[in-house]
Ligand binder design. Structure first.
Ligand SMILES: [Zn+2]
Ligand SMILES: [Zn+2]
Length: 312
């Protein structure tokens, strides 16, 4: 095992030469699951399995939350509950996207790419955290630009992104209720960003897992005390309230994770819970911004009034 040559006065060198606290974990994974971890198919399978796991964790709340007062008090839009039709539509599109796009892309990688070499050394804890935060910030910026452009231009919106806004009140399984193009873009950035930032494989997997978890949490429909928005002060991290607001007011809150991009570009919308008996805001592109001069209502275009049924 080679270490960087030390100059005792250099604290940075000492920091990098110190054995990482993650080394035992990394050694265990690297030595016992070598073939699995080196396979180009592993990140795909890992992402899909973890996504399904996160959705299943929040599913009881989406199905039965209204009956449980201790859960229902954290519901963001208290008047809406996903129906069986909503679940069926999400299951169908999720299965379709995985069969048509995700698994073929994974199989192509498995066929074309050589097995990935596993480094001997684990990343330092500080490097791992900086890598994860760096990837989240980079993805946040990329998706903010993509998302805003796909809301500002009617053709792009109708063609690629409108499908995701079919649900004004999101629930866990609606997270990947996406068109193929959006899913491809999101998947490509999630894969490429850690490579661009030269992250360790362990950092890459933790970034992917955190990214998947936060995506599902943003769509769960609840603002629980453990929501990621409580993890950072000053509302720096958006969490479920931030993205739920985007589904109510589609021309605001474009950033997927943090809130600084929306604040910088003036698209930030204060997050509020909709109390029992009150209607959601349900703003449309035409009523909020002048992206189009005509009275363009996305619900009229798609002939839908939202899939959520209001419960009496
Ligand atoms: Zn969404
Ligand atoms: Zn959107």
């Amino acid at each position: 095992m080679e270490f960087i040559k030390l100059n005792d006065s250099d604290w940075l060198s000492r920091y990098y030469a110190r054995k990482s606290v993650l080394q035992p974990v990394w050694d265990h994974l690297r030595l016992n699951y070598t073939d699995l971890l080196r396979s180009p198919l592993f990140p795909v399978v890992f992402n899909v399995a973890f996504y399904l796991f996160c959705c299943l964790c929040y599913m009881p709340c989406n199905l039965l939350g209204k009956r449980w007062a201790f859960v229902h008090r954290y519901k963001i839009q208290k008047n809406t509950q996903p129906t069986r039709t909503n679940f069926a539509k999400c299951f169908w599109l999720t299965a379709y996207n995985h069969c048509v796009l995700i698994f073929p892309a994974g199989a192509a990688q498995w066929y074309w790419r050589p097995p990935i070499p596993l480094p001997e050394l684990a990343p330092n804890l500080g490097d791992l955290m900086m890598g994860v935060v760096g990837c989240l910030l980079l993805f946040d910026f990329q998706y903010f630009v993509w998302h805003m452009v796909h809301h500002k231009f009617r053709w792009l919106y109708k063609t690629f992104h409108a499908v995701h806004h079919e649900f004004m009140s999101p629930f866990s399984w609606s997270t990947q209720y996406l068109g193929c193009w959006e899913l491809f873009v999101v998947g490509a950035w999630t894969t490429i960003d850690p490579v661009l930032l030269q992250c360790h494989l362990l950092t890459t997997w933790i970034f992917m897992a955190f990214h998947v978890y936060t995506s599902v949490e943003q769509h769960c429909g609840y603002d629980f005390p453990w929501s990621t928005r409580h993890w950072l002060p000053l509302g720096l991290f958006g969490g479920s309230l931030h993205h739920d607001m985007h589904h109510q007011k589609p021309m605001s809150n474009f950033a997927p994770h943090f809130s600084h991009m929306d604040k910088l570009f003036g698209t930030f919308s204060e997050c509020v819970r909709i109390p029992e008996g009150e209607k959601p805001v349900q703003e449309t592109h035409a009523t909020v911004h002048s992206c189009d001069k005509s009275e363009f209502n996305l619900m009229q275009v798609f002939g839908k009034t939202g899939e959520e049924k209001k419960l009496a």
